[in-house]
Structures are given as C-alpha cells and as structure tokens.
Design a protein around this ligand. Structure first.
Ligand code: DSN
Length: 470
C-alpha cells in the first residue's frame, strides 16, 4: 500500500509553529539544565561509543538522523489500529509516517506486505507463531545452544511452553544439519518450521527449508534478525519470496531503532490455517489487537528513516564490507591459532571456541571490554558451561564496517583481540588484564576509532566548533 491520497491531503504545512528541530534542540538544552545527572550519563555513553571497538554481532550504529526521528514529538500520539482504521483521533500525520515506513520496508526487502508495528522481533515472532499455531501445536526450530533464538521454542521462552517445540541442531562441521531437519519434519509433522539463528556464521539455505516445509504442508518462518542488512543488500539469499513469513529486528543490522518487522513476499495472499484468511491479514490481526495495543509512533518514524538509508547505495557498500571484514577477521584469528567455529564465516559473525584456549566466554568478554573491545560470550554446540559463563565468544563486523574499516584494519583488530585473550586465563573473571597491555590496547583502539569515526556522529572537532559557536 502506498501512502494514500487521503492521508496526503490531510497533511498541512506546519508553517512557523515550533518544528521538530527546534523541539529537539530545546529538549536537549532543558535536559542539560534540569537533569544534569541524566544528561551527563547520556553524554558519557556517546563518548564511550565513540572510543570503543564494538564487535557485538547483534548491534549496529543508528544514523544520527534515525536517532532524531526516534526522539520526535509523534511519540505523543496514541493510535491503536492501522492507518485509516485507528481507534483514536489526531493520527493523520502518524498515519502517513506509518505508511511511509511500510512502503520503505517493502521496497528495502522486495516484499508485498510489511507490518512495522512490532516492538521487537521477539514480539513479531510471538505474533506470527500464535497466528499460525494452535496452543500445543508443533514448531521446529534451531536449538538454542546451536545458535537458535529464545523465541524459536526454547524452554526459557513462552514459545517453549505454549507450543510443542522440537529442535534441530548442527552437524559435525557446525553447519545446519538439513537431513536432520527433514527427518524431524517427517517424524513430528510440525505446523511451523523456523529458519533463522542468533549465532550461526554460515549461509542459511532458505530454499532447502522451504522444500522440507512443503513436504508436510508446514509454514516456513524465516527470522533474519541477524542478517537483515545482508539480505536487503543482496549479500545473503533472501527468504522473502521463499518463506511464508519473514521477521526481523530493526536494530541488529539495519541501523534502526529497537523494534521488529513482519514481511511477506509472494505468499501474502496464501491462506492461513483456517484455509481462508490471507497471511497478510492474519499477521495484521496477530500484531494488533492480539499481541500489542498502541504502536510506538516515534520508533516507527525511526524505522522509516533507517529503511530509507537501507535503500541507499552506501548501505550496499557497507554490507559488502561487513562480509569482507568478517572473513578477514576470521582468517586472521585462525592464523593466530584461535579455534574459529566452522572454520570461517559467510556473514558478519565470527564464533570462537575460547574454552579450548583455556579461557571462558565471560573471562574473554570482560578482559576485552576492559581494553575497549566489545564482543559477547556465547554458548556453542555441546557447551557444558552455564549461559552466564559459556565456552564461546561471538564477534561481529557490522559496526566496524559502518565506521569504514576494511580488511587491513581487521587484521589489526584480530591482533588486538589475540593479545588480550593470550594474556588471560580461565579464572580471570575480574578481567585482570595487565595494566601495561590494557593501556597499549586501549591506546590502539582509540587511535583506530579516531581514524574511523562513527558515521554521521559529531567528532571532537565538531564538538569544539559547536562550543565556540555557542
Ligand atoms: N538475540 C540477542 C543477541 O543475539 O545478541 C539480542 O539481540
């Protein structure tokens, strides 16, 4: 659906009444003068991000214009329902904003249907599963320790209680075991199969999943939260026209706000389980009123802004760099003697088995953080350590590539990671990194971050010029 003429007609030029930019400036000034404690914490966070090498695979940096949209006054609008069918007045501009976000989501992913209201991909997954499965119905998803997600039927999630969850895992090489997926499908005849992962560094064969789903008439749900940017940029095969429904979060690789999307390609008119209701309508009803009340209008504005950036050429360049960087990072880590799961990566993610090096995931995470490098502990296949400790470390290149770092810098980053991991032992839970090493690594991290500043964020030079202008 494109923004309708009716909604467009309702838009009026606001004239010289207070505008969004004035409001943001006023708000920032009021925050500083009336709540210096909070303001200084927020300032410190901006600084921390500027001087830290963020290699958390599930994050990206939101453009400053995305942050501005997310702080917009449209947040004051209460608007249950969908554009043109709201349950509250005063929604004309928000209707157009939501339609813009929907249109941009469809364009970015080549989809026929998009729902931009889910507050997260977890909410989106819950909505989709509840629309397709009766209570107690069977779903088949990747097990958590093999890189799956909580909402793919994990015991700790409502999806593991509400539904009968069956799980597939990985083969000896660490790859999705499609033969097991097919065998479990024949045995359990799931109503929904989920293809998607939180910690899987290789290409997902959505077509193979679809063939398996079709063998028993199951719906295929593709959760592309971690690879959405690569999918949109053509760096990973797209499931949009292959799966029945696709979900994603908007912050992991799309540079958007916290939130989720539900997307459907050619299956948008395919009937749901009742044999009548089209999947698109079923998803709309599943999000509102079944799972959510009011949407978050400012988050939707920020999604619209982020999705516009996804369509730009620069985003495609960055996506290519993300993949090249991850591959270079994996190669260098491997040549330094680290145990890289699956031997490398096809996407943005590199998984290390650090316990083989005599280190736990948490010890590695804490020591690296002390040195200005962020990478998170992660359970790996066959992990015997608890989730708060773990045997693995997950690294990602989204934010390094966004900064413009390339293959040469990945060698440097790998060497920094290596020198920290080599200096700690399994029991170093307090990240007791030698101060000399810590200062050296921190210094090199800051130098890299200065050379490759966060895109669209003010640099120290901009800040100084701004202060002088004030
Ligand atoms: N699903 C969590 C992760 O992969 O880090 C949060 O995004």
């Amino acid at each position: 659906m494109t923004p309708t003429a009716t909604a467009r007609k309702q838009l009026r030029t606001p004239g010289r009444t207070p505008d969004q930019v004035g409001l943001l400036n006023r708000g920032a000034q009021r925050l500083i003068s009336t709540d210096p404690e909070l303001a200084s914490l927020l300032d410190a966070e901006v600084h921390r991000q500027a001087v830290t090498l963020a290699m958390v695979a599930s994050s990206s940096t939101a453009d400053s214009s995305v942050l501005a949209a997310g702080a917009a006054a449209v947040t004051n609008v209460t608007a249950e329902g969908y554009p043109g069918a709201r349950y509250h007045p005063g929604t004309a501009y928000f209707d157009s904003i939501e339609l813009l976000a929907v249109e941009r989501a469809k364009t970015a992913f080549g989809a026929q249907y998009a729902n931009v209201q889910p507050h997260s991909c977890s909410s989106a997954n819950l909505a989709v599963l509840s629309a397709l499965l009766p209570p107690g119905g069977t779903l088949l998803g990747l097990e958590l320790d093999s890189g799956g997600h909580l909402t793919h039927g994990a015991r700790a999630s409502v999806t593991g209680h509400q539904f009968k969850a069956v799980h597939y895992g990985l083969d000896a090489a660490g790859l999705i075991d499609y033969d097991t997926v097919a065998a479990l499908t024949r045995e359990h005849r799931p109503t929904v199969i989920i293809a998607g992962a939180s910690a899987y560094p290789r290409t997902i064969d959505f077509a193979r999943f679809r063939a398996i789903a079709d063998s028993v008439g199951a719906y295929l749900l593709a959760d592309i939260s971690h690879i959405a940017g690569l999918v949109a940029a053509g760096q990973h095969p797209s499931p949009i026209d292959v799966a029945h429904v696709t979900t994603t979060s908007t912050y992991k690789q799309l540079g958007g706000p916290r939130g989720g999307l539900i997307l459907i390609g050619r299956e948008h008119t395919t009937p749901g389980p009742d044999g009548v209701t089209p999947l698109a309508l079923l998803m709309d009803r599943a999000v509102f009123p079944r799972f959510q009340g009011t949407p978050d209008p400012a988050a939707i504005a920020a999604k619209a802004r982020a999705l516009a950036l996804v369509a730009e050429r620069e985003f495609q360049h960055t996506a290519r760099r993300i993949v090249e960087d991850a591959s270079a990072l994996a190669d260098e880590l491997r040549s330094l003697g680290h145990h890289v799961l699956t031997g490398g990566t096809d996407n943005h993610m590199v998984l290390l088995d650090v316990v083989r090096e005599g280190v736990t995931g948490i010890a590695a995470e804490r020591a690296l953080e002390e040195c200005g490098i962020l990478a998170n502990r992660n359970r790996i296949p066959g992990d015997v350590l608890p989730p708060m400790v773990t045997s693995g470390l997950r690294l990602g290149t989204n934010q390094l590539a966004q900064r413009g770092m390339g293959v040469a810098e990945m060698k440097h980053c790998a060497q920094l990671v290596d020198s920290v991991l080599a200096a700690i032992s399994r029991d170093d839970l307090d990240a007791a990194v030698d101060p000399g090493l810590r200062n050296r690594v921190r210094g090199e991290v800051e130098e890299l971050c200065t050379r490759f500043p966060l895109p669209s964020y003010p640099t120290p030079k901009d800040d100084q010029e701004g202060a002088e202008a004030r």
